[in-house]
Write a protein that binds this ligand. Structure first.
Ligand code: HEC
Ligand code: HEC
Ligand code: HEC
Ligand code: HEC
Ligand code: HEC
Ligand code: HEC
Ligand code: HEC
Ligand code: HEC
Length: 446
């Protein structure tokens, strides 16, 4: 009788202290899960204004909208010109500078999505409700970046940029930039590719190499971008036409493969319903049967990719089981907030086991696997999703080459292990990685 009770009390206590610990760790000068392990630089006030922006104290006074414009005509003429050309300046009731920044120059603020939402309830409401679809999404993007262990594990210079791209969650000027706030600008693919580019998410390469992207490049300049993104208005779709159809401010809503991060079952009833929506959208311009075929080509591509990834991860698991990784997972520093030797710490390898920090501080063969996973695999995914067939072939060729390299590397490690065993020696990193120059140096300077 007693044991279940004791177990219950112990687990409740563990749960409560776990919760208290997480709350405590969020209470530092930074933000997010690791807020005690980093402090913000002033520039972060512009990317996450609600948390970090502090008003300039250079100018004193409370001003009316027209005064702001007058003085800023000479201070920041570009901003005033853009504002004058915007719908905000042309609206019946003008949206003055002070509507977004406040009127007291020593208590200025930079507008958060809530400020825009005061007048644009529909878009802001959709944006906020995107959280219902989970990760990855725009509204949760900042939380996600700040909770990644490598955000505090790597030198600050390498992780500043995370906040810039992931600021799509904390302000509304990512796609319609200040101070034009132009819907036409946001409809074009260029609005997305400042962030949706680079090796893990080559949306730019895959789109511009697709039939859609090529036609956009050839003819897009002649189209009337003031029209909304609905059937009949455009010859080929752009990023927002497909991912924000109907002007809905929710990019995660139709997501099936979720960035390719997990293997999914495309045939659940929920996923079938999403697929029908995609096919309906393609149906604006294509036969549905054809669209169905293209989407199942994507499923096939993913199936093959996951087979390769699982097989390769098994090689690494085998090496770990035989203690042939150097440095061994147990010789590496624990992740931030994890106690050395604590439960679950240090022993993980590879992406499937949640090694989000697999970018570095791992053995060479694991790094090869990381590159296969993050660059070759995700590149092939985006190529298949966007109809860039040459990119699919290239991604899979690279994955196969990586597999061969990893198989050869594993054979070498096994031969080395065997030689060491015969000679009666065992390599030992001597604690170098645990608190080595790289680890401590980075963590202390965040
Ligand atoms: C008398 C001139 C003057 C008037 C009037 C004025 N500003 Fe400014 N504003 C400045 C100057 C100068 C700066 C640059 C301050 C600095 O570099 O710290 C500035 C900077 C700003 C910034 C950028 C702050 C930052 O931290 O980057 C904003 C936003 C701003 N002003 C908005 C306004 C608004 C809104 C009004 C009207 C309520 C207004 N200004 C009225 C002169 C003025
Ligand atoms: C519809 C809202 C809105 C209006 C109206 C508006 N701004 Fe801004 N302003 C923004 C946003 C958004 C930013 C970028 C904030 C950030 O970086 O987080 C910004 C940034 C700025 C900055 C910082 C410089 C920069 O570009 O990084 C200045 C200065 C500024 N605004 C001045 C003005 C002036 C002057 C006016 C009036 C002519 C004005 N703003 C009208 C939304 C607005
Ligand atoms: C005080 C109210 C107010 C605030 C605050 C405000 N807007 Fe607006 N916005 C308007 C009005 C009014 C229009 C013009 C609507 C019209 O003409 O039908 C407009 C139009 C727009 C448009 C459409 C432009 C086009 O090309 O069709 C966009 C995009 C936009 N706003 C974005 C923003 C963003 C982003 C913010 C916050 C940084 C913001 N607005 C803050 C009132 C506001
Ligand atoms: C300022 C940077 C930025 C811009 C501009 C931007 N995005 Fe994103 N987007 C992100 C980030 C960061 C994420 C991932 C968020 C996360 O970590 O959960 C994301 C996520 C997404 C996702 C969801 C991915 C998934 O796997 O479910 C889609 C779809 C998307 N964006 C499409 C677009 C489109 C279309 C545009 C242009 C109209 C655009 N984005 C503009 C930064 C941006
Ligand atoms: C060039 C812009 C850019 C930079 C810089 C960037 N990201 Fe992202 N990140 C994105 C985009 C876009 C996605 C969504 C990709 C997709 O769905 O294709 C994403 C996805 C992610 C995801 C996975 C999404 C999820 O919710 O699971 C994480 C975690 C993440 N980023 C963290 C970071 C961290 C940490 C950094 C800094 C080391 C960083 N990002 C730097 C644009 C960027
Ligand atoms: C990922 C890119 C992206 C982000 C981030 C974004 N928008 Fe938009 N926005 C668009 C696109 C694309 C359109 C044009 C939609 C269409 O053609 O139907 C648009 C249109 C608008 C319009 C004009 C609507 C109309 O019918 O005239 C407003 C207002 C607006 N957005 C407000 C916001 C607000 C407020 C936020 C922040 C909560 C925001 N946007 C963030 C891409 C974005
Ligand atoms: C013809 C429609 C179409 C166009 C145009 C398009 N995409 Fe996609 N995109 C897709 C489809 C379909 C997927 C796979 C969706 C899925 O399985 O969830 C996808 C996947 C994505 C993802 C990962 C989201 C996920 O659910 O896994 C991102 C991010 C993305 N696209 C961004 C972009 C960007 C940025 C552009 C423009 C440069 C763009 N897309 C152009 C249809 C399109
Ligand atoms: C706004 C119209 C429009 C929409 C929506 C659209 N497409 Fe297209 N698509 C086109 C046009 C136009 C072409 C070029 C046809 C040609 O090459 O002659 C094209 C070409 C293609 C091609 C290349 C065909 C080939 O024969 O090589 C593929 C694949 C494709 N689309 C897939 C899709 C998918 C999948 C969707 C939905 C996620 C979609 N398209 C949505 C207009 C559209």
């Amino acid at each position: 009788m007693r044991t279940p009770l004791i177990v219950l009390v112990l687990s409740l206590t563990a749960l409560a202290s776990g919760f208290a610990y997480v709350q405590w760790s969020k209470g530092g000068t930074g933000a997010g899960l690791y807020s005690r392990l980093w402090s913000p630089d002033p520039v972060q006030g512009y990317w996450d204004p609600a948390k970090f922006y502090q008003s300039t104290q250079m100018v004193e006074g409370v001003f009316q909208g027209e005064q702001c414009v007058q003085c800023h005509e000479s201070i920041t003429p570009g901003i005033v010109a853009d504002w004058r050309n915007s719908r905000h300046a042309k609206a019946g009731e003008r949206v003055w500078c002070s509507a977004c920044h406040g009127d007291d120059h020593q208590r200025l603020h930079l507008p958060t999505p809530e400020v825009c939402g005061g007048c644009h309830e529909k878009q802001h409401g959709e944006f906020k409700d995107e959280a219902d679809y989970g990760f990855p999404s725009h509204v949760l993007a900042m939380d996600r970046a700040l909770s990644a262990p490598h955000f505090v594990d790597k030198p600050k210079a390498e992780v500043q940029s995370c906040v810039q791209c992931h600021s799509v969650a904390t302000k509304c000027d990512s796609c319609h930039t200040r101070h034009r706030f132009d819907a036409a600008e946001a409809r074009r693919p260029e609005a997305c590719i400042t962030c949706h580019s680079g090796p893990p998410h080559p949306d730019d390469d895959s789109y511009f190499a697709s039939a859609h992207g090529r036609l956009y490049l050839a003819e897009g300049d002649q189209w009337d971008w003031s029209k909304p993104l609905v059937k009949g208005n455009y010859k080929v779709p752009t990023c927002a036409y497909c991912h924000m159809d109907g002007g809905r401010h929710q990019v995660a809503r139709k997501s099936l493969w979720k960035f390719g991060l997990q293997e999914i079952n495309p045939h659940t009833s929920a996923n079938k319903a999403l697929r029908r929506e995609w096919i309906g959208l393609c149906g604006d311009c294509h036969e549905k049967e054809q669209a169905r075929g293209w989407l199942s080509a994507l499923d096939q591509e993913r199936k093959q990719a996951w087979q390769k990834l699982y097989a390769t991860e098994d090689i690494l698991k085998g090496l770990r089981a035989d203690d042939l990784l150097f440095p061994a997972p147990g010789e590496r520093p624990p992740y931030p907030l994890e106690a050395p030797g604590g439960p679950g710490s240090k022993v993980r390898i590879g992406y499937f086991e949640g090694q989000a920090s697999a970018f570095y501080n791992v053995s060479a063969i694991e790094r090869d696997y990381f590159e296969m996973w993050y660059f070759d695999n995700l590149g092939a995914y985006k190529a298949a999703a966007h109809g860039h067939w040459a990119g699919v072939a290239r991604g899979h060729k690279r994955m196969s080459e990586s597999m061969q390299r990893i198989e050869a590397g594993a054979r070498d490690l096994r031969a080395l292990g065997e030689a060491e065993r015969k000679a009666g020696i065992k390599s030992d990193s001597g604690g170098l990685w645990q608190g080595g120059a790289y680890t401590d140096h980075n963590r202390e300077r965040n």
